[in-house]
Design a protein around this ligand. Sequence first.
Ligand SMILES: [Zn+2]
Length: 105
Amino acid sequence: MNISSEQIVDTFIIHGITVEIQRITWRNDPGLSFDVIADGEMLTDESFDAFPTGGQILGVLREHATTFCRFCGRGIVGNEGHLIGAAEPGTNPWCCDDDWDERLR
Ligand SMILES: [Zn+2]
């Protein structure tokens, strides 16, 4: 398929990460494709057919996370995680927002 145009149609910040939504139109196809770009890096392997929802965007970011919550295993995106002060050396010190408790500090 031939790309007709590529355009950044929205930019916002999620947990400190700059997220851009790129819309692609095709020369021989009336459909649209939407991709998620985070800090300049294209994250979507497979484009969305419609403008992605906040939940879908967060899902894409979580799939590419490099740190994970110690308790639920969820990917931690940008600056949303918390460091567990009492984590034993060699164990995962990260906790997601939902599981965080001030007593872990
Ligand atoms: Zn968690």
